[in-house]
Write a protein that binds this ligand. Structure first.
Ligand SMILES: [Fe+2]
Length: 240
C-alpha cells in the first residue's frame, strides 16, 4: 500500500551564509532596542518587539541588508509556490525582534494581519535547547477521529514513523544562526521554552502582505481576490 501526501503546507528553510560579525552586530542592535525590558506583560512570555513599539525594524538602517535578503527569499518562496512573475506586489508590513530569556516561551498564535511570515534566527546551534519554533498543522486530516492526535489515551503513536508522518501534532524547528524560515502567516505557531540558562534566544520576525501590483492607467483591473495596491486605497476619515 502506498500513502500519498496530499496538499502539503510549504515551510521554507534557508540557511543564509551571514558574516558572523554582521550577526553579532544585529544581535547588539536587537538588545539595544529591547533596552531594560525582560519580557512581555504576560508572565513567562518572551519580549516581542511588535507589542513593545519596535515593529518597524525593516525601516532601520542597521536592518536594511537583512531585510533585503528576506525580501529576496520571500520572492523565491512565492515563485516556488507557483505565483506568476509580476502578478503580485509584496510588502513588508511589520518586522520586529524577539528575545527569549531562560524559561520564556511564546504562546500559540498566528498572524491574521499578514499573508506570509518569516523568521530569521540570529543565534542557535541547531539543537533546539534555546527554544524551538513549533508549527501546528492547519488540520489533522488523518487522525480520523477529531482530537486523537493530541488527546489523552494515545491511540495514535505520534513517535512511530507513521504517526510522525501522518499524524504529527506539531513540527519543531530548531534555531540555528542564519536560518531563515518562511510559512503562510495563518499557520498557528509557538516558541517552546528557552532551556539554555546561559544564553538568550534572538530572532527577527517579518510579516509580509500580498496585494495586486500598482495599476497604471490602461492596465487590467487587479485580480479579483487580491487587494489592490495600498497606494491606490483611499483613507476614510473617521467621524468627527
Ligand atoms: Fe508569531
Amino acid at each position: 500500500m502506498e500513502l500519498q501526501a496530499l496538499f502539503p503546507l510549504a515551510l521554507a528553510r534557508v540557511q543564509l551564509r551571514l558574516d558572523p560579525w554582521d550577526l553579532a552586530l544585529l544581535m547588539q542592535e536587537v538588545l539595544a532596542l529591547r533596552g531594560e525590558a525582560e519580557g512581555n506583560p504576560e508572565p513567562g512570555c518572551a519580549w516581542t518587539g511588535d507589542i513593545n513599539g519596535i515593529w518597524q525594524v525593516h525601516r532601520l538602517e542597521a536592518f536594511a541588508a537583512i531585510t533585503a535578503e528576506v525580501e529576496r527569499q520571500a520572492w523565491s518562496y512565492l515563485e516556488q509556490l507557483g505565483f506568476r512573475a509580476g502578478s503580485v506586489a509584496l510588502h513588508v508590513q511589520r518586522a520586529w525582534p524577539v528575545v527569549s530569556e531562560a524559561g520564556q516561551v511564546v504562546g500559540r498564535h498566528h498572524h491574521p494581519n499578514a499573508h506570509l511570515s518569516a523568521v530569521l534566527y540570529l543565534n542557535g546551534d541547531g539543537t533546539g535547547r534555546c527554544g524551538c519554533l513549533r508549527l501546528f498543522p492547519p488540520r489533522q486530516p488523518n487522525e480520523l477521529v477529531p482530537g486523537l492526535a493530541v488527546g489523552h489515551g494515545e491511540p495514535i503513536d505520534s513517535a512511530s514513523a507513521g504517526g510522525r508522518q501522518w499524524n504529527a501534532p506539531w513540527l519543531d524547528v530548531a534555531p540555528q544562526a542564519g536560518l531563515l524560515v518562511l510559512f503562510p502567516a495563518r499557520t498557528d505557531h509557538a516558541v517552546t521554552a528557552n532551556e539554555d540558562d546561559d544564553d538568550l534566544r534572538l530572532s527577527l520576525a517579518f510579516d509580509l502582505a500580498l496585494t495586486a501590483p500598482l495599476a497604471e492607467p490602461g492596465d487590467p483591473a487587479p485580480p479579483e481576490y487580491l487587494a489592490p495596491h495600498p497606494a491606490q486605497w483611499s483613507a476614510v476619515a473617521a467621524p468627527a
